[in-house]
Design a protein around this ligand. Structure first.
Ligand code: CMX
Length: 442
């Protein structure tokens, strides 16, 4: 058994016993009360799921096993030039709850390199799709088509003991994550670079090799990829891509099909697709204004016209956060350190000054602040990755780290089929109706 799998197995069996004991003693304790407005309102805030890998605080933002983003940037092992964290380290942290050593991360990089061979039929299937198929559609298709490789599906057919479900799920997770950069880069090159593909460079780290296969070898772009793939990885369990992966996984669908489902959720404009919508919106604004250096007044007018057209301002607002997203802040810090005098980055910063007071003035937006998607496009455009329809695939490659390590935990802890209760509006009306007094017959 490999060292990471061994560590995971030990930690999981300890936690499994702890949970068993906790449920035996406190299983009937109430942790929440559900309000009618939550039932109609997208289940906001209802505590109904266990997600071990990260937790979201409305004010402080995401913490991965207790570590916030600035701490991760400091503590996780870095890329070869010692600047930005390697996403491999975050995966290790999410899976076993420990900051890995340099040697451990090096081992993981090598593991993923060894497992990164994508089956030929995945490329053939992708090649059969029109090149203008949305990259997220291609990504979902490729992931689902790789299900032919699922260790879990094979072992389940052979009659695996349920106590061992986590083992082939771990194998699927490692194989899938190892292959995603190759698949994503293949989609990018076939969609935007005439199918001129770039062979992997196995001497590089996971994110560095991804940047190389996309076609950008600038050291700073590699650093952006390391940071990007780290900060997008997980956002607790309730967000749509995580929850979908979890829900589908709870049917014992394997990691490939669960992730393909989760990526379909990520492809919605209220979720991960917002990263393409932000830059599309900025480009449309600059086109409409005829300048790449708009004033704050011009931006405010454009924001108001977007709202007047009944549209949302992409990259702003959040279902849980109530402060600027620390992932936005991390990207702003990156831009401040690595990029000087970039028009689009300057526009993003001006939008950051202009949008919150306008959204606040509407009186209904619970969080007027930027989320993760408000900044990422400007950084990518700066390094020449201007094809914004591809951006959500980058988000997806990163999100796989979180949702798949969480799937390993769900299997190791033996979580059951997820099946909440729904009700009809007629049921609600009956629930609200004043109870009839029973009149006693005299
Ligand atoms: N622009 C305009 N209106 C907004 C808004 C925004 N950025 N954010 C929220 N609102 C509106 C909502 O549409 C809603 O209006 P109605 O009552 O008329 O339907 C009202 O404010 C209340 O919404 P909320 O409770 O503040 O926000 P929700 O939890 O319902 O929605 C989110 C959260 C992210 C879907 C929403 O803020 C939004 O649409 N933002 C723009 C899209 C976006 O950036 N999504 C990416 C989120 C991060 C990610 O998952 O990647």
């Amino acid at each position: 058994m490999d060292p990471l799998k061994q560590k995971f197995s030990k930690k999981a069996s300890v936690l499994r016993e702890e949970i068993r004991g906790m449920l035996k003693e406190h299983g009937d304790k109430k942790v929440d009360e559900v309000k009618l407005k939550q039932i109609y309102g997208g289940a906001r805030g209802i505590k109904m799921m266990i997600w071990e890998t990260s937790q979201l605080d409305p004010i402080k933002g995401i913490s991965f096993r207790g570590f916030h983003i600035p701490e991760l940037r400091e503590k996780l092992p870095k890329g070869p030039d010692g600047k930005e964290p390697r996403p491999e380290g975050l995966f290790w942290l999410m899976l076993v709850g420990e900051i890995p050593t340099d040697d451990e991360v090096h081992w993981l990089t090598q593991q993923w390199t060894r497992r990164s061979n994508v089956p030929e039929h995945v490329f053939r299937l992708l090649d059969s799709l029109p090149t203008d198929t949305h990259p997220m559609t291609q990504f979902v298709t490729a992931i689902a088509s790789m299900q032919t490789e699922s260790c879990f599906a094979r072992r389940y057919n052979e009659g695996i003991n349920k106590a061992d479900y986590w083992d082939p799920t771990y194998e699927d997770t490692m194989n899938l994550i190892a292959r995603l950069p190759r698949i994503a880069a293949y989609i990018y090159r076939r969609s935007y670079h005439d199918g001129k593909h770039i062979a992997p460079d196995i001497a590089q780290d996971w994110a560095g090799n991804f940047a190389h296969m996309l076609g950008n070898v600038e050291p700073d772009f590699k650093n952006l990829m390391r940071l990007y793939l780290t900060i997008h990885a997980d956002h607790e369990g309730g967000n749509a891509s995580a929850h979908t992966t979890h829900l589908v996984g709870s049917t014992l669908s394997d990691a490939y099909l669960s992730l393909a489902a989760g990526m379909s959720a990520l492809a919605g404009p209220l979720h991960g697709l917002a990263n393409q919508e932000v830059i599309k919106w900025i480009f449309s604004m600059l086109d409409a204004l005829g300048t790449t250096k708009p004033s704050k007044e011009q931006i405010a007018d454009y924001v108001n016209s977007t709202l007047a057209a009944g549209q949302v301002i992409p990259g702003y607002g959040h279902a849980v956060l109530r402060e600027p997203d620390p992932r936005f802040v991390a990207q702003k810090r990156f831009a401040e350190a690595y990029i000087k005098g970039d028009d689009i980055v300057d526009v993003v910063w001006k939008v950051f000054d202009v949008v919150p007071p306008i959204l606040q003035s509407l009186g209904k937006v619970k969080n007027p602040w930027p989320n993760v998607d408000a900044h990422s496009g400007a950084l990518l455009v700066h390094y020449g990755l201007t094809e914004y329809s591809f951006y959500t695939v980058l988000f997806g490659v990163s999100r796989a780290l979180g949702v798949l390590s969480a799937l390993c935990w769900a299997r190791a802890l033996g979580f059951p089929l997820e099946r909440p209760k729904s009700v009809t509006t007629n049921w609600v009306k009956g629930f609200l109706a004043p109870k009839q007094e029973t009149v006693e017959k005299s």
